[in-house]
Design a protein around this ligand. Structure first.
Ligand code: ZN
Length: 591
């Protein structure tokens, strides 16, 4: 593929002219000074604020947060685009220290809100002037029983910089530095991790297995460092649980997500009860590939002829068309990411792997990072990340404290966008074998975002529980990983030996604890939403937009309630899996 590379790099100059610019240095300073002013003005006074005073304080706090976030997000963008660059590295370090300092300076505000006695707190909540902040106030209040005095909170925050946060940055730098040597078509070459991942879609099973094994063995070579990182991240969390009086490793995440543990546990158990559905698909896929049994390096193997390749422009047009069919305004919003150059599209050494969409503040446009290699999965990734982008854009009518969707809803628009793309492609495809390939890709994708994430969450849960009892050796981590994956695959898939190290590259375990169940949550929720769209047609669209536009202004169940979704209904999750079963049956009819 030949591209005009400069067009496929993002343009960060609307944020700052350069990482060494005076503008950037000034904003770091300005934010620091404003934070100091805020602290001087409000420290130890929150208890005496009336509703008007509190409203002013919250508004000042919000604009301060916007000021603080912008330079940090900028540093993150540059670092993920080129983590080998020294200027980016030092900016990232400066930004981490700045973020940590700001958090320490401002901690008092949330702490004092939490410390208010119940009676005055409830009457503030009831004040109409504070209506926009009701959700924010009640959600931080939930952490009240688990919060320490300010001095201790500040110390913990400060020591975190050289503790868990340091291990997390070490993990990023180490992962981004990996190069992989592998022989392909008779020639030994160096590959990036993303290129090896791309090879899981190769037509030759031997190449798929070797690419996956090469990726995993490189991680095994750094087993000492990676195990130390995982151990310390888990130990750090264990200490937090103890210090703050939490009952289980997942409790802080559930509290932050505003979900009852019972909703999450039900989600996981229903997923496990449906593992045989995945196994049924894996046996079907083995038949399609004409092998007696799948290896786990075969799961994403192309079916039929050579897998179709897409140029970046073709991919862009397809994704825009799929969004445009749903709603023309969605297409326009999505198209602006390309025309305003807010996408870094192609893989290269030193660039972070995977893909993300960064939404910053209600007044700044979101950016996308991709690693496009041209397969169907990459096209779906564009639809996915643009979905996040649309979500961030629609939520911009919210103020800063209500901007970010609660985690369980953060994947709603992205997964919905992928579904739109699949249906768009399926409806236009005349060729039966391509239709089969499309359906397989969608089913595999749903399996990856539901069952696989459930496996990850169970592994993570066990990792944290066992670390509380003592050191986790790398072989124990490998064993836990093997067991949880074995439960999913049963006798339908053979796991390749190096897959024992499959836990060691999952950055969610390091960066966003127990995030993975949000994918399962989102996928099943979206399957339900999509079914409603099929039933209700255009009438559904404004209700869907309202979900996205509400950002983080309400709890997950209040956000989706008006669209007719009840998260607490006992059969809610099973409905999503029933939709997956229908897709598998649709595939079987084509075979
Ligand atoms: Zn996503």
């Amino acid at each position: 593929m030949e591209y005009d590379v400069t067009k496929l790099l993002w343009d960060t100059t609307p944020l700052y002219p350069s990482p060494s610019s005076a503008e950037l240095a000034q904003e770091f300073e300005l934010a620091g000074a404003r934070a100091k002013d805020f602290r001087e003005r409000y420290l130890e006074t929150v208890v005496s604020l009336d509703a008007t005073g509190l409203l002013q304080a919250l508004q000042a706090y919000e604009s301060l947060q916007e000021l603080i976030v912008k330079p940090q997000m900028y540093a993150q963008l540059l670092f993920s685009a080129d983590s080998g660059d020294d200027l980016n590295k030092s900016l990232m370090q400066k930004s981490a220290e700045f973020g940590n300092l700001m958090a320490r300076e401002l901690l008092f505000f949330d702490l004092e809100l939490m410390a208010l006695a119940d009676e005055p707190f409830q009457s503030l909540l009831a004040d109409t002037g504070l209506a926009n902040y009701r959700h924010y106030l009640t959600s931080i209040r939930k952490f009240r029983p688990h919060t320490l005095p300010e001095r201790e909170e500040r110390l913990l925050k400060q020591k975190g910089l050289t503790g868990a946060e340091a291990f997390s940055r070490l993990f990023d730098e180490l992962s981004a530095s990996f190069r992989y040597k592998m022989e392909l078509a008779g020639e030994e070459r160096e590959f990036s991790g993303e290129e090896l991942w791309g090879m899981l879609h190769h037509t030759d099973g031997e190449v798929r297995e070797r690419a996956f094994a090469t990726f995993l063995r490189r991680h095994e070579e750094e087993g000492i460092v990676l195990s130390a990182v995982f151990n310390n991240i888990a130990l750090d969390h264990g200490q937090e649980l103890e210090l703050r009086g939490y009952q289980s490793p997942m409790q802080p995440t559930n509290l932050g997500n505003e979900l009852d543990a019972s909703v999450v546990e039900n989600l996981m158990q229903v997923s496990e009860a449906n593992y045989p559905l995945a196994q049924h698909y894996f046996r079907l896929k083995a038949r399609l590939l004409r092998v007696p049994q799948l290896k786990n390096s075969d799961i994403y193997a192309p079916v039929g002829e050579v897998e179709r390749q897409y140029t970046f422009d073709e991919a862009k047009e397809l994704v825009l068309a799929a969004y445009g069919e749903f709603k023309p305004e969605f297409r326009e919003l999505a198209a602006a990411f390309f025309s305003e150059r807010r996408i870094d599209a192609l893989p290269r050494p030193g660039k972070g792997g995977g893909a993300y969409c960064m939404g910053m503040t209600p007044s700044l446009p979101p950016y996308l990072l991709l690693n496009f290699t041209g397969n169907l999965r990459d096209v779906a990734t564009i639809a996915h990340e643009l979905g996040h982008g649309l979500h961030f854009l629609l939520a911009q009518r919210q103020s800063m404290l209500n901007y970010h969707a609660p985690l369980p809803l953060a994947e709603t628009a992205s997964v919905f966008g992928e579904m739109l793309l699949t249906r768009y492609l399926l409806e236009r495809e005349p060729d039966k074998s391509v239709k089969i390939a499309l359906l397989c890709a969608k089913i595999e994708d749903i399996i990856a975002t539901t069952f696989r994430q459930n496996v990850l969450t169970r592994f993570e849960e066990r990792m944290h529980r066992e670390r509380q009892a003592g050191l986790l050796t790398s072989s124990r981590l490998c064993q836990l990983w093997w067991e949880e994956n074995g439960r999913l695959y049963g006798d339908s898939v053979t796991m390749i030996e190096p897959y024992r190290w499959g836990w060691s590259y999952i950055s969610h375990f390091i960066h966003s604890r127990f995030y993975c169940y949000s994918y399962t949550f989102a996928e099943l929720l979206v399957l339900s939403l999509y079914q409603k769209y099929l039933e209700e047609g255009k009438a559904f669209i404004p209700r869907y937009e309202a979900i996205l536009a509400s950002g983080g202004s309400q709890s997950p169940s209040d956000t989706v309630g008006p669209a007719g979704i009840d998260l607490h209904a006992p059969d809610f999750w099973q409905k999503g899996y029933d939709f997956l079963r229908d897709l598998i049956e649709e595939l079987e009819r084509l075979l």
